[in-house]
Design a protein around this ligand. Sequence first.
Ligand SMILES: NC(=O)c1ccc[n+]([C@@H]2O[C@H](COP(=O)([O-])OP(=O)(O)OC[C@H]3O[C@@H](n4cnc5c(N)ncnc54)[C@H](O)[C@@H]3O)[C@@H](O)[C@H]2O)c1
Length: 496
Amino acid sequence: MAALSIEQVVAVIGAGTMGAGIAQVAAQAGHSVLLYDAAPGSAEKAIAKVANGLERLVERGKFSAEDVAATLSRLTSVEGLEDLSPAGLVIEAIIEDLDIKQTLFKNLENICKANTILASNTSSLSITAIGENLERPENFIGLHFFNPAQVMKLVEVVSGSASASSVADSAFATAEAWGKKPVHAASTPGFIVNRVARSFYGEALRVLEEGAVDAATYDAIMRESGGFRMGPFELMDLIGNDVNLAVTTSVYNAFEQAPRFKPSSIQQELVASGKLGRKSGCGFYDYSEGAAAAGVTTSAATPPPESVTICGDLGCASVLVELIEKAGLRVQQKSSDSDHGYLEVGSAHLYLCDGGLAANHGDNAIAFDLALDYEKTTRIALAPVASCDPTALASAVGLFQGLGKSVSVISDLAGMVVMRTVCMLANEGADAVDNQVCTEQAVDTAMCYGVNYPAGPLHWAGVIGYGMVERVLDNMAAVYDDPRYRCSTWIRNKNL
Ligand SMILES: NC(=O)c1ccc[n+]([C@@H]2O[C@H](COP(=O)([O-])OP(=O)(O)OC[C@H]3O[C@@H](n4cnc5c(N)ncnc54)[C@H](O)[C@@H]3O)[C@@H](O)[C@H]2O)c1
């Protein structure tokens, strides 16, 4: 289905954070855009804000003054809903309230042409429910932009049960023509991003509740080893703990209180005490003036071991063998009966985290965490068995320091930090595919372009190996005795 032709007028309703950005995107793409807001003066103010932002981009050489003038000439504020009648596409970005949105779209059906596409930018309401009482629900879809809409590439094109596939396809092609990365999704709680991303926060909060790792060290491991732009605690503080908790609670309730979405008591307490994050000056971190930066647990310098014995196949961590050789350490190879390889360093037995406790791997067992790229990572986390001999731990720390990495030693923690996060993100993405919400590719596109993850969770699961992901989740389910970690059927089927 073709994209909306450039001659078609686009209307945006709600000139707040999202509406202003969406109007800018459509105008930049060449459409005449009508912007309406119920609060008098808001649409004009939003256009002035867009002009301001674009002028700053001209100063930075990103746009020509002519392009900006042309974009602004296509943006018009209007005073009444009835002024939106010429629109071929209407995108609503008003207050998140089902009744108000339902009423708005019913009114629009009487104002707009019969073939006008009506779209909602809702983050959390059901597209099926908003379109329930419409006369032409087939023309109604979700177009979920991400904040800031003029910057973020992802648009979730959400189909309710009555949305016509031709309408969703046309909206998809239009978003593509606007320079976005659209994905199709069925109307289900959280669509793709807000559903799959819950594990990113949920696992971090779970670990904090256990007291296994402090927030600053957890964030450092996620950034440096996992390749995420921000760790979950600093990101929750940026988003606002109240906002993050509200999204989690809404997804939890919409999924009939499934254990994996359970809101964390730590976050609830923070919100109750007004510690909302950056905006209130305190959250997981203290942002008050003069507050000391939270320290990251990093091991002191330790000499590298003289030799390393590689036993069997290290799977997705195999590149470590090459890195160890390059670092000039003596390498010996030993065959292993185990289906998962390990490293012997002095009396330490180092293995890639498999979701179980190091205690299951015997004396001096030390798990190391998953890294996005073992060569480039600047930090690696180690989780030794509680009774680990200090000299064995020193050999393991020295090994990774000899490869140029900082080392964070954490408690014996099932799933560690990056491994648990990636396996749970993949598990949720797999469930979304299994539940017919979207395709495998859409999960990865959504998480890379909607929340800037360094790799799509399902692609990453393939790199780890689906067998290994299944093993990590099964081991975590056994350690915690918690259905939260039950492995998706879709992942199990990958291994058949
Ligand atoms: N803020 C985000 O990060 C984000 C991201 C994606 C989607 N969304 C969704 O986008 C929508 C808007 O969010 P926002 O953050 O831009 O809100 P906002 O509060 O910044 O802006 C909402 C605007 O809508 C106007 N408005 C309210 N009721 C109206 C009505 N009946 N008719 C016309 N105008 C009306 C308000 O005056 C306000 O200017 C919500 O559905 C939200 O869930 C928000």
